[in-house]
Design a protein around this ligand. Structure first.
Ligand code: HEM
Length: 208
């Protein structure tokens, strides 16, 4: 879980940095999308690697939850946690929201099923107009709100996931572990704000 978690966190960070180029305008953003598509070998290696990481991460999550629950004949009658953050208690639930989100997100931006009327748009240079597709998507208030909810859930998942990686890999230190926890909070906040800034800017009319 930890190794695939690191890979997925690296993707989430890289994808966010790529997406933030939307603030530099259609020229830069469509150029970036075109650049990714012009390297099919790299793109498909990354896609297949990402898919494998997702599958292993999810299968391990279910088997871990099963082991945790199965290790007691009866579930706890009273479930008082001594020291646990809210995000650590709902990893399976927040993870499932992220999974549902990714499936819808692929249907929307990769396969063009959700808003087919814009999906084939091209810009003046004849490139796939990913800029207009993203803006058009977030002008739909319902979609933006759903999106903001999902990236918040992603932030919650990462809030615990970040520090959990260190724990799983055996890093436990009286001085540094609290720093790792704070770094996890900062990472989660950066990811949430970075992704949320795009639909929020479209709704506010700053991007368009
Ligand atoms: C403001 C937020 C986001 C925007 C604007 C955005 C935009 C996009 C776009 C335009 C694509 C299609 C790229 C292309 O085919 O040219 C894409 C693909 C993808 N996005 Fe996002 N995304 C966002 C958030 C996220 C988040 C939070 C995740 C993961 C939790 C995610 C996971 C993916 C995946 C897995 C793909 C498929 C990559 C591929 O085509 O191989 N995205 N995104």
């Amino acid at each position: 879980m930890a190794i695939t978690g690191i890979g997925l966190m690296a993707f989430v960070l890289a994808h966010m940095l790529g997406n933030l180029q939307i603030f530099m305008g259609p020229e830069t953003f469509n150029g970036y999308a075109e650049m990714l598509r012009s390297m099919p070998g790299l793109l498909w290696t990354a896609r297949l690697g990402l898919l494998a990481f997702f599958v292993v991460h999810i299968v391990t999550a279910f088997s871990l939850t099963g082991t945790n629950r199965g290790s007691r004949v009866h579930r706890y009658a009273k479930n008082e946690k001594v020291q646990a953050s809210l995000s650590s208690l709902y990893m399976l639930e927040t993870g499932l929201v992220v999974l549902l989100f990714v499936l819808l997100h692929l249907a929307h931006f990769t396969f063009g099923f959700l808003q087919p009327e814009i999906f084939t748009a091209v810009d003046a240079a004849g490139r796939h107009d990913v800029y207009s597709i993203v803006i058009y998507g977030f002008q739909h208030v319902g979609y933006s709100v759903f999106y903001l909810f999902c990236v918040f859930m992603l932030g919650c998942h990462l809030h615990h996931g970040f520090q959990s990686v260190f724990q799983t890999l055996g890093f436990n230190h009286p001085v540094y572990s609290p720093l790792v926890r704070r770094a996890g909070t900062a990472f989660a906040a950066v990811i949430f704000l970075g992704y949320a800034s795009i639909p929020l800017s479209v709704l506010a009319g700053v991007l368009g």
